[in-house]
Design a binder for this molecule. Structure first.
Ligand SMILES: Cc1ncc(COP(=O)(O)O)c(C=O)c1O
Length: 388
């Protein structure tokens, strides 16, 4: 069993997450406080030994490793010929938006959703069209199918960005849901870009389904982006894989990635990804168990100690979605207030759109001891906010 309990000091390491004041505890950006898989570190050390870091090609072994990971972990064997290396998921999304849609088109999303989707759409002169997810009183998010279909049917809607599984609400989309989205998208000529960066981090007994694996309709009308960056905590390695089964779509996406200079790896991206995808299975299974335990700790602690907050946590991601609507302060103010009062730095739900202004997002990918510190600060911060 991998030990995830070590408290690693990440201050003063140029970490975006940990660039905070001494008394502050960051639990915001999706970056884990765990050291990565040892085989990744060894692969990087080995690669550095040559001392030569010239331009590199992507070897077949890289694509074979991606294929094998998806086959073993997710019951999907994408052909290696469908894959393109890219330097990140977000750069891929932005590039695909530029190549597969036109200025002024609508790109459909499902808010509340990963805030950077908005940047990829708006920065390229396209419109954001959201079919907001609807929260029921059991704490589950749903798709409003009539709304989704009417927005897909708008003539200017040419792409949908699907977050599969969904950040920030943690939903694993059921196969039937993915099939229905795929059917509607094909009917209305909307290409689906499925961002599957969180796909490896699910509750131990709950896998996610790759969108393109569902059926041939989904396969032929989609662009899937995957990466070891969330799974193995290697975001700064800048390695992702774009999987496009349709030859016609792949040619367009490939041209975009090359035009945007996003298809060339740095010296460590390839050996690190191969190491991750060939020897990381057990490590990821251990990670899933640790995160699940942390999520259960949050649910129990909040239920027992912070009755005005409700945990809306799906079965995927290491991000917990906290309903703070009963606290009586919008999330942007509440996030600032808790940070000032207690040093706990969470994500303000407002940035994800939809109903996010009544939520905070908490990153629980940290040792249990740090999690408990965060939860105690949360309790203190909410109590202070309520007493205003
Ligand atoms: C849904 C989603 N997509 C993409 C990313 C970032 O991807 P990358 O660092 O490969 O650009 C994140 C990071 O949090 C994310 O949550």
């Amino acid at each position: 069993m991998t030990d995830f309990s070590e408290l690693i000091d990440r201050r003063h390491t140029n970490s975006v997450k940990w660039d905070v004041k001494d008394n502050e505890l960051p639990m915001w950006v999706a970056d884990m406080d765990f050291r990565t898989l040892p085989a990744i570190v060894e692969a990087i050390q080995e690669r550095s030994k040559s001392g030569i870091f010239g331009y590199e090609e992507v070897p077949q072994a890289y694509f074979d490793a991606v294929q094998s990971w998806y086959e073993k972990e997710h019951n999907w064997r994408p052909e290696t010929a469908w894959m393109i290396f890219a330097t990140g998921v977000v750069p891929t999304i932005s590039s695909a938006v530029r190549r597969l849609t036109n200025v002024g088109d609508n790109v459909l999303i499902q808010a509340p959703v990963y805030n950077i989707f908005y940047n990829s759409i708006l920065n390229n002169g396209r419109h954001v069209l959201s079919s907001d997810l609807v929260l029921d009183n059991q704490g589950r998010y749903h798709i409003d199918w009539d709304d989704l279909e009417s927005k897909m049917a708008e003539p200017l809607t040419t792409m949908m960005i699907l977050c599969n599984p969904h950040n920030p609400v943690g939903m694993i989309w059921p196969v039937e849901t993915l099939a229905r989205i795929g059917e509607l998208a094909a009917k209305h000529h909307v290409v689906v870009l499925s961002d599957e960066i969180h796909g490896d981090i699910t509750a131990p007994d709950k896998g996610y389904t790759p969108f393109a694996s569902v059926n041939r309709i989904n396969e032929q009308n989609s662009v899937t982006a995957v990466s070891p960056s969330k799974t193995f905590n290697v975001a700064a390695l800048h390695a992702a894989t774009v999987i496009v089964p349709s030859e016609a779509l792949r040619a367009i996406v490939n041209r975009g990635l090359n035009t945007d200079e996003l298809a060339e790896p740095n010296s460590f991206a390839i050996p690190a990804t191969i190491a991750a995808y060939t020897s990381g299975h057990q490590w990821v299974h251990d990670l899933r168990a640790y995160i699940e335990k942390n999520k259960q700790t949050v649910a129990k602690f909040v239920a027992e100690n912070i009755p005005s907050v409700k945990v809306i946590s799906g079965d995927a991601t290491y991000l917990v979605w906290l309903d703070t609507s009963k606290v009586g302060m919008p999330s942007d103010k509440l996030e600032q207030f808790i940070r000032q009062e207690t040093g706990l730095y969470l994500s303000d739900g407002t940035v994800y759109g939809g109903d996010g202004q009544q939520f905070l997002r908490m990153n629980v990918a940290c040792p249990e001891e740090r999690l408990m510190d965060g939860l105690n600060r949360l309790k203190k911060g909410i109590a202070a906010a309520k007493s205003l």
